[in-house]
Design a protein around this ligand. Sequence first.
Ligand SMILES: C[S@@+](CC[C@H](N)C(=O)[O-])C[C@H]1O[C@@H](n2cnc3c(N)ncnc32)[C@H](O)[C@@H]1O
Length: 248
Amino acid sequence: MEKKYWEKIAPNYETEIFDVLHNDKSGKIVKAIHQFANKKKSVIDIGCAVGKWIPVLAPIFKTVRAIDISAKNLAIAEKKYMKYDNISYECVDMSAAKLKPQKYDSAICINAILTESLKKRDLFFKHMSSFIKKGGDLVLVVPSLESKLFSHIIANKWNVDDAKKDIAPTGKKAISQIRFIKDGVTDIDDIPTKHFLKEELELLLTLAGFKVEKIEKIKYKWSTEFHKPPSWLKNPQPWDWMVKAKKK
Ligand SMILES: C[S@@+](CC[C@H](N)C(=O)[O-])C[C@H]1O[C@@H](n2cnc3c(N)ncnc32)[C@H](O)[C@@H]1O
């Protein structure tokens, strides 16, 4: 999942990419942000894409820094949200070896740490931590590996969406899939995407200098996972992980 991928998808972002804000019917993420929002403070939206979270952030913070690896996504966001005068945009690769130092009172990072590369993820976590002031808040949302495996198990057991007709990969593709899954990397729409375990997140964030306050599920409808979910399939629902953490 490189810059090239995100630039290519930008013109069709709305139809291609899962909208966390729209699908979080519980409103838990917005509520978590409101708990530390402050008209005198700054927030950085890391991996802001086309700016879905800007209407949530702009009215409740003094300033919003919106960063993304995709210049095209940023251009779309900037054009769409011209009515806000407290947003600044910057094209930043959170997996770059070095970034210019900057500090904010708080940060959100919603489904942006997705790269299959461990090295790039390590840099992403390191820079994310460096961007937040001591005592500052973070709301992080990432795909759940538990949820992804749960969906696979359900699909295979009950042949959801004709899962049994899926052709198992062979050769190099099979080998790379086995290597990937051991690291929590599994495909979303044929793109290798990092998924996280709850315990893994807690450890990674603690080592990156955060105090983890809460990790909870952001639940979605089964129709976000399957074209034809069985009518009896209700709970548990598929989910992402949301972490609320404070910078130590
Ligand atoms: C799935 S989208 C999520 C967008 C947005 N946070 C939301 O919830 O609507 C992931 C975004 O992360 C950005 N991204 C991925 N890797 C990045 C990196 N290394 N540095 C900065 N942004 C990155 C992508 O360009 C993309 O816009």
